[in-house]
Design a protein around this ligand. Structure first.
Ligand code: APR
Length: 229
């Protein structure tokens, strides 16, 4: 069975109503990364950090998977499919995909601020200050902040050379180590890039650029792949 690895960024969730980071109305237009998405910010003003993620969690809970998420799940019927996402929303899961690596964490889990292995699935949108883990430390978002380690990158790097095809959807490739994964694919396999503003990719691979929104382009590509398989 051919293996397809799909690398996704905030752009795949844009049409579900979730802001991207670096587009015109992006999240980093309204907030300084240093104030809400670093360990220093958490030490300095945990309430502000908590509020930033509580607000985003509320939006994620209201959002629905869009046709791009739903189409990717259909690939699993004929291909060994792995989604490696930079997104912290759960729209790939709710869209029906099973094999997913979240490089930057998952907003629907809280985590012990003392032992990062202690995760707690959330069903409400907020983590309150004073809510403690079983060790008695403050619960924090299960999200990788700038400057923190990216534990799942090792598994992602291990998987990349096994891909027979890579599809990049909705990422500006602005953030490493995620952006470096493309270079770990075998040089002979096709790389599809789906984005209304195609990011620059400098690869030896055959690169097929589809300058289109995910909800339009992904179902069409999935239909073509399933038909030709
Ligand atoms: N369909 C497909 N792509 C889209 C759409 C859409 N409807 N709308 C926007 N895009 C594209 C943009 O053109 C851009 O290339 O999605 C990309 C979004 O880029 P970023 O906002 O930089 O998001 P991302 O690449 O996921 O950011 C990576 O940066 O801030 C950190 O941790 C955060 O995981 C995030 C990481």
């Amino acid at each position: 069975m051919k293996k397809i690895i799909i690398l996704t960024g905030a752009g795949i969730s844009a049409e579900s109503g979730l802001n991207t980071f670096r587009d015109a109305d992006g999240l980093w237009e309204g907030y300084n990364i240093e104030d809400v998405a670093t360990p220093e910010a958490w030490q300095r003003n945990p309430e502000l950090v908590q509020q930033f993620y509580n607000d985003r969690r509320k939006s994620v809970m209201v959002a629905q998977p869009n046709p791009a998420h739903l189409a990717l799940a259909k690939l699993e019927s004929k291909f060994e499919t792995l989604i490696i996402t930079q997104n912290i929303d759960d729209l790939h899961e709710r869209g029906g995909s099973k094999a997913i690596i979240h490089l930057h964490g998952e907003i629907m889990y809280s985590r012990s601020s003392r032992n990062p292995a202690l995760l707690y699935k959330m069903n409400s949108h907020e983590i309150k200050m004073g809510e403690m883990c079983e060790l008695g430390s403050q619960l924090r978002p299960h999200v990788v902040w700038f400057g923190e380690a990216v534990p799942m990158i090792t598994k992602a790097m291990y998987e990349m050379p096994k891909a027979d095809m890579v599809i990049l959807i909705g990422s500006s490739l602005a953030v490493y180590p995620a952006a470096g994964l493309l270079e770990l694919a075998r040089a002979d396999i096709p790389v599809y890039v789906i984005d209304p503003k195609i990011p620059s990719v400098n690869l030896p691979n055959p690169v097929i650029k589809i300058k289109e929104r995910a909800s339009i382009a992904v179902p069409l590509l999935v239909e073509k792949l399933l038909k030709n398989e």
